[in-house]
Design a protein around this ligand. Structure first.
Ligand code: C2O
Length: 369
């Protein structure tokens, strides 16, 4: 019961080097001798600064695409070449996600392993992960306005005409974004599946856990109607309540669940996980997914969909107000390789974190039925 429970808090001490799925990958963050610093929201630091805008990748102009692609290339060349134990390296991004997602970390003072997936900790964790990644890229690019633009995979061909009220850009976004799909750049990942790199196959948002190892090949005529249905189910039907969308409660003493369907929120499985499995390669596995730079464009879209979710019609759409949700904590590396302590509470407003999202046919799947 909530009166005896407590919020999940993170320490890297006691990290178990192996990982839960019986594989051998080293998933422990590097030793840190500094002081852990509490996070201060950007708005408190500088309230007059205009919000940065994360845009839909497919809606960038040709010129913007060229510039963005070159920036990603520069940034990921640097992140790939940093020493492996530098917390800002791409390697350590992979490790951090592995640590948080495979049971390498334990709840302080216990031997109960932690997984921030499949629960109410999913959206806030990934918001923070993209946020700190963005700060690291801003820093190495010396571009304080640099934003992680989103892979707008929920915006496919329409089964109903889009309503103008959804606003923004209407270009379909269901193909792997071109700026991540050039083999001559550092944001490219050579082991992505053939599905992802072929320019005429749209993402398949309907892949189920049983199909993850070898997803069926669905061409556009089959995949697109299924994608609309999947988004409708995730956002409108199963996602119309706090529990349904956010996932189940997760507090100190609760064990890791291995079956996503027991506690995960609707979009975490349909859409989010399906996207990982469709792209495949390192991106398709929890222990390596953040080694593919595409991770951050994918999660920028998840983050946007969470932010848009509150304003969809019907149901009850608000964050949990349970203190064990609000006071849950994570640790992240910032651009100076300082370890920051952040809370779920501080993640709940993207404006307080200094950014917003471009409108891009934000709910074309809203009138599916
Ligand atoms: Cu922590 Cu997309 O996964």
């Amino acid at each position: 019961s909530p009166s005896t429970a407590a919020p999940i808090q993170i320490t890297f001490d006691g990290c178990i080097p192996g990982f839960a799925n019986n594989e051998t990958q080293y998933c422990c963050p590097p030793k840190y001798n500094g002081t852990i610093v509490d996070f201060i929201p950007e708005k408190e630091l500088n309230s007059s600064k205009p919000l940065r805008v994360r845009k839909a990748l497919q809606c960038l102009s040709k010129k913007e695409q060229r510039e963005y692609k070159a920036k990603l290339d520069k940034a990921y060349t640097i992140l790939r070449n940093l020493p492996e134990d530098d917390p800002r390296s791409l390697h350590q991004h992979g490790i951090l996600h592995c640590a948080y997602g495979t049971g390498a970390l334990v709840q302080p003072g216990t031997n109960i392993t932690i997984d921030i997936h499949f629960s109410w900790l999913f959206y806030p964790f990934h918001r923070w992960f993209v946020y700190f990644h963005e700060r690291i890229l801003q820093n190495i690019l010396e571009d304080p306005e640099f934003s992680i633009h989103f892979w707008n995979w929920d915006n496919g061909a329409t089964v109903r005409k889009p309503k103008s009220s959804h606003g923004g850009c209407y270009k379909v976004g269901h193909f792997l974004p071109q700026v991540y799909n050039d083999s001559s750049t550092a944001q490219y990942e050579a082991q992505r599946s053939y599905r992802a790199v072929m320019s005429d196959l749209p993402v398949d948002l309907s892949i189920i856990p049983e199909e993850r190892a070898d997803p069926p090949l669905r061409t556009a005529d089959v995949a697109l109607p299924r994608n609309v249905a999947s988004m409708y189910v995730a956002m409108m039907l199963n996602g119309s309540t706090t529990r349904g969308f956010m996932g189940g409660e997760y507090r100190v003493g609760d064990t890791q669940v291995l079956d996503p369907l027991t506690r995960a929120g609707s979009l975490e499985v349909m859409g989010h996980a399906s996207g990982h499995w469709w792209v495949g390669g390192p991106f398709g596995l929890v222990q390596t997914s953040a080694l593919d730079p595409l991770f951050f464009a994918h999660h920028s879209n998840i983050d946007r969909l969470w932010n848009n979710w509150y304003n969809l019609p019907g149901g009850e759409r608000k964050d949990y107000d349970d203190p064990d949700f609000l006071n849950a904590e994570y640790l992240f590396w910032d651009e100076t390789a300082t370890l920051r302590r952040v809370t779920v509470r501080d993640s709940l407003s993207i404006e307080a974190l200094g950014y917003t999202y471009e409108k891009a046919n934000d709910a074309y799947w809203i009138n599916y039925v």
